[in-house]
Structure formats: structure tokens, C-alpha cells
Design a protein around this ligand. Structure first.
Ligand SMILES: Nc1nc2c(ncn2[C@@H]2O[C@H](COP(=O)(O)OP(=O)(O)OP(=O)(O)O)[C@@H](O)[C@H]2O)c(=O)[nH]1
Ligand SMILES: [Mg+2]
Length: 313
């Protein structure tokens, strides 16, 4: 990546930042080298991961959070993560449109990323993109993800604040929360609170939260009608309160380390994967495969040889 591009990024140039994120998204293994330039400028941004079932209103909520932030003159960047399926691709297009009204604003920066990079997917690219946004001086980074796969879980878990978005009347959703999202939620949002069943869902969620082991931070439950910008200021207040809590208790530094671990695991996994591919396809290794096939060697020996080959590359 050209050095002048990074210089411009560090000075707050939006086009340079957009270009860097595109490179990180497409070629994360190569783009990882830019971290050497960005690293001294990172560590200030608060990251907010938003997750929840498809259609819960995450994108609408993000759009509303942007409007609310702009009213207070805050600056917010958004990374919308687009898992590969064609199904969600349409949704992201819609999201773009929904956020469009604010994206022209200087105080807002919105980018979407796909999982098509073929290296480590979003789990690899996202932490690097977050560090680029951080280095470019964005104090808040919102990460919207469809909470389906393990990768998405890892990413929202790597945010310093995790917001789980649910809908009323969804007993199943609360079950889903119990199944995986409960421990990671710092804030619960019941969006579409204009619908019936909001109270019942709140009570259900309150009961679930009360069964959590006692902790210094009890996740608040906030009702929103994101489509009408109702309750969004309360969500920001909860996010700010959680951030303050993390700073006061010293937990912020530990939270930020999660992202670093995710980045490192993604980076090294992708590098190893690339080396495994190369080794497996090499001429020397073809002989090893032949030997296993002929019965003069076995998978255990071949595995040891593969590992030795990978580590010596
Ligand atoms: N009634 C009601 N509808 C809402 C509200 N917020 C969002 N919606 C609608 O719910 C639908 C889904 O909203 P999205 O913001 O796309 O949901 P999402 O969680 O981002 O969806 P995916 O990205 O596909 O997982 C849209 O038709 C919104 O207009 C709300 O507060 N009340
Ligand atoms: Mg969405």
C-alpha cells in the first residue's frame, strides 16, 4: 500500500481511508503490513458491535444512531459486514440506501465489507479495518453484523461494547439469546417496540438477565422504535455509560486486547492456510501422497511431514 496513502489516511483524508479499507477487505494478508504504520496511532476508538437475528432492525438502528450522533455533533464510523450469501447481499444494498441520508455528512463514515477475500474472511479483515478507522481518528466505530455464524460472534465479541438487538414477541429469539448471545451482550435493545408483546419480551429478558452470575455491569434493556428514531438517544446513553464503566474499572484495556487476539489468530491462521496449500501442491509432497496411497506411509507420518514443511517455509 503506497506510503502517501497512509499519510493521508492519518491526516483524516476520507478517500484514502476508504481506499485502505477496500484493500484490507480484498487482500487482508497483504494489507496487514500497513499495521506497522497505523499501530502507533491506534487505541483510542471505542468499538460497538451490533448483532441480532436477521431483520431485527440493526441497520435501521445504526441509521438512527448516526442521526442521533450527528445532532450532538459526534463523529461516528460504521462498518457494515456482509456475509457471503446472496440473500444478505440484497439487504446490504437496502442498508446503504437507508444510511444514505447521513453518509454525505462529514461526521459520518460508512463502509461495508464482504467475506469474499478468500484469505481469512471477515474475521481477518475486520480488525484491521477497525484499526485503520481508529488511526484515522474516528472515536466511535459501529460494526453491524448478521448474528448467524461463529465468525460474526467473534467479531461482535471483539468490540468493546456489544449490543444485541431483538424484537418483541419473539420467545424464540430470547431462546437464541440464551443459546449464545447472552454472555456477550453488554446492552439489550428491544427494537420494534411499537409492536405487541414488548412488555412480555422485556419481562422474559429481565428474568434471563437476572439469572446471569453477578457482575459489575448488568446489561440494560432498552426499547426502541428505530424506524421512527425513538429510543435511539437512550441507546447512545447506554453505550456511553458502558464505555465509562469499562474505563473506570480498567476493563477497557482487556476488552481492546480481544480485538488484537482476533486479528492475530486470523492473520496467522490465514498465513498457515496459505502455506498448507502451497506445501500440499508441491512436487515433494506429491511423493508423500503417493506413498500413503501405496500403503508404504500413512496419514500420521504425512501429517507430520506437512507440518514440518509448513513451519520451515
Ligand atoms: N415496526 C417497526 N419496523 C421496523 C423498526 N425498525 C426497523 N423496522 C423494519 O424492519 C425491517 C428490517 O430492518 P433492517 O434494519 O433491515 O434489519 P436488519 O436487522 O439490519 O436486517 P439484516 O441486516 O437483514 O439482518 C425493515 O423493513 C425496517 O423498516 C421499528 O422500530 N418498528
Ligand atoms: Mg442489516
Amino acid at each position: 500500500m503506497p506510503a502517501d496513502l497512509l499519510g493521508r489516511l492519518l491526516r483524516g483524508d476520507r478517500a484514502a481511508l476508504a481506499r485502505a479499507i477496500t484493500l484490507i477487505d480484498r487482500r487482508p494478508l497483504e494489507a496487514a503490513a500497513i499495521d506497522a504504520v497505523l499501530a502507533p496511532h491506534t487505541g483510542r476508538a471505542a468499538t460497538v458491535g451490533l448483532t441480532g437475528p436477521p431483520g431485527a432492525g440493526k441497520s435501521t438502528l445504526v441509521g438512527s444512531l448516526l442521526k442521533s450522533a450527528v445532532r450532538r455533533n459526534d463523529r461516528v464510523a460504521v462498518l457494515a459486514l456482509d456475509p457471503v450469501s446472496a440473500l444478505t447481499r440484497g439487504a446490504v444494498l437496502g442498508d446503504r440506501l437507508r444510511m444514505e441520508h447521513t453518509t454525505a455528512d462529514e461526521r459520518v463514515f460508512v463502509r461495508s465489507m464482504t467475506a469474499d477475500n478468500g484469505a481469512g474472511g471477515l474475521a481477518l479483515a475486520t480488525p484491521f479495518a477497525i484499526r485503520a478507522l481508529d488511526a484515522a481518528g474516528w472515536p466511535w466505530v459501529l460494526i453491524e453484523t448478521v448474528g448467524v455464524g461463529q465468525t460474526e460472534f467473534e467479531i461482535v465479541e471483539a468490540a468493546t461494547t456489544t449490543v444485541v438487538v431483538l424484537n418483541p414477541g419473539a420467545g424464540d429469539e430470547v431462546q437464541a439469546v440464551k443459546a449464545g448471545l447472552l454472555e456477550m451482550a453488554d446492552i439489550f435493545v428491544i427494537n420494534k417496540a411499537d409492536r405487541e408483546g414488548t412488555q412480555a419480551t422485556r419481562l422474559d429478558l429481565e428474568r434471563t438477565v437476572s439469572q446471569l452470575p453477578p457482575a459489575a455491569w448488568r446489561p440494560p434493556i432498552i426499547e426502541t422504535v428505530a424506524a421512527e428514531d425513538r429510543g435511539t438517544d437512550d441507546v447512545w446513553a447506554a453505550i456511553a455509560a458502558h464505555r465509562a464503566h469499562l474505563v473506570q474499572t480498567g476493563a477497557m484495556a482487556r476488552r481492546q486486547q480481544r480485538l488484537l487476539r482476533l486479528a492475530l489468530r486470523g492473520l496467522v491462521s490465514a498465513q498457515l492456510e496459505a502455506r498448507i496449500e502451497t506445501t500440499l501442491k508441491s512436487a515433494e509432497f506429491a511423493r508423500m501422497i503417493d506413498a500413503v496411497q501405496a500403503g508404504s506411509s500413512d496419514l500420521n507420518q504425512a501429517g507430520a511431514a506437512l507440518l514440518a514443511g509448513v513451519l520451515s517455509r
